[in-house]
Ligand binder design. Structure first.
Ligand code: ADP
Ligand code: MG
Length: 142
């Protein structure tokens, strides 16, 4: 089943993400897609907040590749494949092991490394409609 929600502020996007966080279990994967500036990182901020973690700690892992946040519910492993050369580079930073940590694995630009991302995952597709408005589709696939 696919839920599609329209948000008109960062706050709205974060609240939607926080509501998804309530459904997440250790070992889950959240795969984010959407153009640069769509709001993927803001969505992750809302996920971490929803899990009871410090949303301010969330930043784009575009250059460091992997950020790890502690929350009362589970660790969050936040990756961004935008600048990852490909699946070999993702393997090199231990992606397969991350999937076995009973944390939450969240990956922006997941399609760039699609072969390594589990089929069973939460898919979050964000489309910018205007400078403030986003369509966000959430589905559990696989
Ligand atoms: N409804 C909205 N939801 C999320 N971000 C929004 C929204 N409206 C405006 N923005 C802005 O869009 C940008 C999203 O940035 P970011 O989350 O880093 O995008 P991405 O990670 O997809 O490249 C931020 O500057 C944010 O303030
Ligand atoms: Mg981002």
């Amino acid at each position: 089943m696919k839920r599609i929600v329209r948000t008109s502020s960062v706050k709205g996007t974060m609240e939607l993400a926080a509501s998804l966080a309530a459904e997440l279990r250790p070992g889950d994967v959240v795969a984010l897609e959407g153009d640069l500036g769509a709001g993927k990182t803001q969505f992750v901020r809302g996920l971490v907040q929803g899990l009871g973690g410090a949303s301010r700690a969330v930043s784009s892992p575009t250059f460091v590749l992997l950020n790890i946040y502690d929350t009362p519910k589970m660790k969050v492993y936040h990756l961004d494949a935008y600048r990852i050369g490909g699946e070999d580079d993702l393997e090199a930073i231990g992606f397969s092991e991350l999937l076995e940590q009973d944390g939450l694995v969240v990956i922006e630009w997941w399609q760039r490394v699609a072969g390594l991302v589990p089929q069973h995952k939460w898919l979050v597709q964000i489309t910018a409609i205007s400078p403030r408005v986003r369509n966000i589709a959430i589905s559990l696939v696989g």
